[in-house]
Write a protein that binds this ligand. Structure first.
Ligand code: FHN
Length: 475
């Protein structure tokens, strides 16, 4: 081919470019990559940004579902004491025998879209579902385990994949529970009832292997394949698991997904069921986790109270001790007024059906929140006092002068509020009722709201609580 001047110039240009590219690449290789971010030392600004959606959400669903839903609290004809997902422990079932339940886990009635719509209609903004509980059975297609819903159980479909998609479709943030304690894996198998506490066979060393070769690969699968907004750890109390391992795991997870939220049970700081971290160390985890209880007072750290609707997390066919909708809503209101989140549990049965008592309560909570949600979502607690006596809670919309006084019982004809001073032009009404309520404020008596009899007469068994909306300031 005859090389003309233009093509010669082109060849020179290409040659020059390739030399400069190589030089630039050599320069870049010399630049040390940025130092890894230490997520344990996150700035307050970055932390607040990451936590914002969760703080605004206030209300989520906990789901305990797995092989334990098959026996449903009864083993060899005997009702077990205690929570249903601990049946292997309380009935002292060896793993091999327990696997007969796992082999029966075939939730043919599982309907991911119905679950997601149920949460949305209930006014729940996020969900945390058990990916693997203490029994070690994985509800997803894990490449590092055959003890999972694809390889071991007859169902053979990835419920987490279906459910995460349905949650996205309904605008529900998707979270995953993962148990550090594992009663099934040969390198773990901690169970205080089934083996002595002494490290008789080198469990501490074996558990390091379990973390490296099993737990971390599983966590990577969960974060990579299901893109959770939350990882909710549990079972951290086992003696083999250490504070250093918890800190390393937190750093590992945040490196996988920097914006993810992780609860405080990733580390060793939790003070039992009270759920908040001891103050004697810098423990990993973004929020405290009171369990089956609500903090007595307000605190300046994030927290989420998780509770059952009856007495068990995992399904028990004979547990009919359901909390009333009134109790459930009053818990939510109390938690929100104290600045916390409420994670309310359902335990679906082995067919994938959420028990109807749970469904009924969720529906009723959703109706109340549909009218009163502005007093719960995106609120903050009052600085001085979140409550007045036992029957009134206060909240405030962030960045506004919109205050809410929530009466947990039918009020009297004159409601006296002590914590808020209305703006002079404030129009006060009950959310869901357009009647303008006459009021007067004096420094001495506080705010007196007159409630006409015809309004009082609308209180009924499904009222649960009335929210008085007041534009003003905190006293
Ligand atoms: O042992 C678990 C229990 O099964 C359940 O998962 C609760 C829910 O937070 N957490 C542990 C008990 O503290």
């Amino acid at each position: 081919m005859k090389i003309t001047l233009p093509s010669l110039a082109l060849i020179v240009l290409i040659a020059f470019q390739s030399v400069s590219c190589k030089k630039q690449q050599q320069e870049q290789e010399k630049v040390p990559s940025a130092a890894p971010i230490n997520y344990l030392k996150e700035s307050t600004t970055d932390f607040d940004t990451r936590m914002k959606w969760w703080r605004d959400a206030r209300f989520g669903m906990f789901i305990h579902w797995g092989a334990y839903s098959v026996p449903a609290g009864v083993h060899k004809g005997k009702e077990i004491e205690g929570i249903g997902e601990w049946i292997q422990h309380y009935a002292k079932i060896p793993s091999k025998e327990y696997e007969t339940y796992t082999k029966q886990f075939n939730p043919t009635k599982f309907d991911a879209d119905l679950w997601a719509k149920t949460m949305k209609d209930a006014g729940m903004k996020y969900v945390v579902i058990t990916s693997k509980h203490h029994d070690g059975f994985s509800l997803w297609n894990s490449k590092v385990s055959d003890y999972d819903i694809i390889d071991f159980a007859p169902y053979g479909k990835d419920v987490l994949k279906e459910f995460s998609k349905a949650c996205t479709n309904h605008g529900i943030k998707f979270g995953l529970y993962y148990s550090i304690m594992d009663w099934h894996h040969p390198d773990a198998q901690y169970d205080s009832f089934l083996r002595s506490k002494e490290d008789t066979i080198g469990y501490k060393e074996k558990f390091k292997k379990y973390i490296k070769e099993y737990m971390k690969p599983q966590i990577k699968e969960l974060v990579t394949n299901y893109d959770p907004s939350i990882l909710w750890f549990d079972g951290e109390w086992i003696p083999e698991f250490t504070h250093e391992q918890g800190q390393e795991l937190y750093q590992y997870i945040r490196t996988l997904k920097p914006g993810i939220l992780v609860n405080n049970r990733i580390d060793k700081g939790r003070q039992g069921m009270q759920g908040m971290n001891k103050s004697d160390n810098d423990y990993a985890g973004d929020f405290g986790t009171p369990e089956q209880e609500i903090l007595k007072n307000t605190v300046n750290v994030d927290w989420e109270s998780c509770m059952t609707m009856n007495d068990t997390w995992g399904f028990k066919k004979n547990d009919q001790n359901w909390k009333t909708t009134t109790v459930l809503l009053h818990n939510l209101i109390d938690v929100a007024a104290k600045g916390g989140n409420y994670l309310l549990n359902v335990g679906p049965d082995a067919e994938g059906v959420i028990p109807s008592p749970s469904m009924n309560r969720l529906k009723e909570m959703g109706v109340w929140l549909n009218t009163n949600g502005e007093a719960i979502y995106k609120t903050e607690r009052l600085q001085k006092s979140y409550m007045q006596g036992e029957g009134i809670r206060y909240t405030k919309q962030k960045g506004s002068d919109d205050y809410y006084a929530i009466t947990l019982h039918k009020p009297e004809a004159i409601l006296v509020l002590k914590n808020i001073k209305p703006n002079t032009d404030s129009s006060i009404h009950i959310l869901g009722n357009e009647t303008h309520l006459n009021w007067e404020f004096t420094e001495k008596e506080g705010l007196k709201i007159n409630i006409p009899q015809d309004v009082l007469d609308t209180w009924n068994e499904h009222s649960y609580a009335w929210t008085f909306h007041i534009k003003g300031k905190e006293l």
